[in-house]
Design a protein around this ligand. Structure first.
Ligand SMILES: O=C(O)C(=O)C[C@H](O)[C@H](O)COP(=O)(O)O
Length: 218
C-alpha cells in the first residue's frame, strides 16, 4: 500500500487520543453530534456504515462541520469504498480485511485502517506495506496484554484498538508504545443520542480528549 496510506491515519501530526465511533439512525443528528465532539476536542470521527442513514450522515457531517475530519467505519465490502468517498469520508476503517478490500481502499487514495486481531494478520498486512491497523475487537481479542506482546516482535506496527474500550480502559491502551489512539463509542451514550443531549456528549468528549498522549492524524 503506497501513497496516502504512508501519511496514514495514525502518523504523528495534529493529535487526538480517541476516535469516536458513531452509529446513527437519523442523518440529521450527525452535524450537531459531530459539532459537539469537535467542541470537546475530538475532531476525527468515524461514522459506521451499519445503518441505512450512514452515508447521508457522513455527507451531512462533512458538509456542515468542515472543522471535523469525518471517516467511514464498518467498511466491509469493496463497493462501499467508493460510496464512502463520494459521501465525503476522509478516511476508511474496517473491522477486518481481505485482499480485495485492501486494494479498493488503497485505490481510493484515502488513509485507511484495516482491522486485525492476530499476529499472522499483522504479518500479512506488514508484508503488503500496511503498518497502521485497527485492533478489533480489542477487549475480546486480548486487550492490552495482547498488544504489548505484539510490540516485541513487531515494533513498527501502530494500532488503533477498538471494541469494548471505555474511559476507564482507554488510558492503559494509550500508554502502550504501539498504540496511537483508541476508538470507541462511550462518549456518545445511547440515551444522550436519543435525547439529543449534545452538551453531555461534549463533556464526555472533553474527558476523552484529555485521556492520553495522542497521535491520530487524519
Ligand atoms: O463497526 C465496526 O466497524 C466495528 O469494528 C465495531 C466498532 O469499532 C465498535 O463497535 C466500536 O466499539 P465500542 O466502543 O465497543 O462500541
Amino acid at each position: 500500500m503506497r501513497g496516502r496510506h504512508d501519511a496514514g491515519v495514525l502518523s504523528p501530526g495534529p493529535r487526538a487520543p480517541v476516535i469516536p465511533v458513531l452509529t446513527l439512525d437519523d442523518p440529521a443528528d450527525a452535524p450537531p453530534l459531530v459539532r459537539a465532539l469537535v467542541r470537546g476536542g475530538l475532531a476525527a470521527v468515524e461514522i459506521t456504515l451499519r445503518t441505512p442513514a450512514a452515508l447521508e450522515a457522513i455527507t451531512a457531517a462533512a458538509r456542515e462541520v468542515p472543522e471535523a475530519v469525518v471517516g467511514a467505519g464498518t467498511v466491509v465490502r469493496a463497493e462501499q469504498v467508493g460510496a464512502a468517498a463520494r459521501a465525503g469520508a476522509r478516511f476508511l476503517v474496517s473491522p477486518g480485511w481481505t485482499g480485495g478490500l485492501l486494494d479498493a481502499m488503497a485505490a481510493s487514495g484515502l488513509p485507511f485502517l484495516p482491522g486485525v486481531s492476530t499476529a499472522s494478520e499483522v504479518v500479512a498486512l506488514a508484508e503488503r506495506g500496511v503498518r497502521e491497523l485497527k485492533f478489533f475487537p480489542a477487549e475480546a481479542a486480548g486487550g492490552t496484554a495482547y498488544l504489548r506482546a505484539l510490540a516485541a516482535p513487531l515494533p513498527e506496527i501502530r494500532f488503533c484498538p477498538t471494541g469494548g474500550i471505555d474511559a476507564a480502559r482507554a488510558p492503559a491502551y494509550l500508554a502502550l508504545p504501539n498504540v496511537a489512539c483508541v476508538g470507541g463509542s462511550w462518549m456518545v451514550p445511547q440515551d444522550a443520542l436519543r435525547d439529543r443531549d449534545w452538551d453531555r456528549v461534549e463533556r464526555l468528549a472533553r474527558e476523552a480528549a484529555a485521556l492520553g498522549a495522542p497521535s491520530a492524524q487524519v
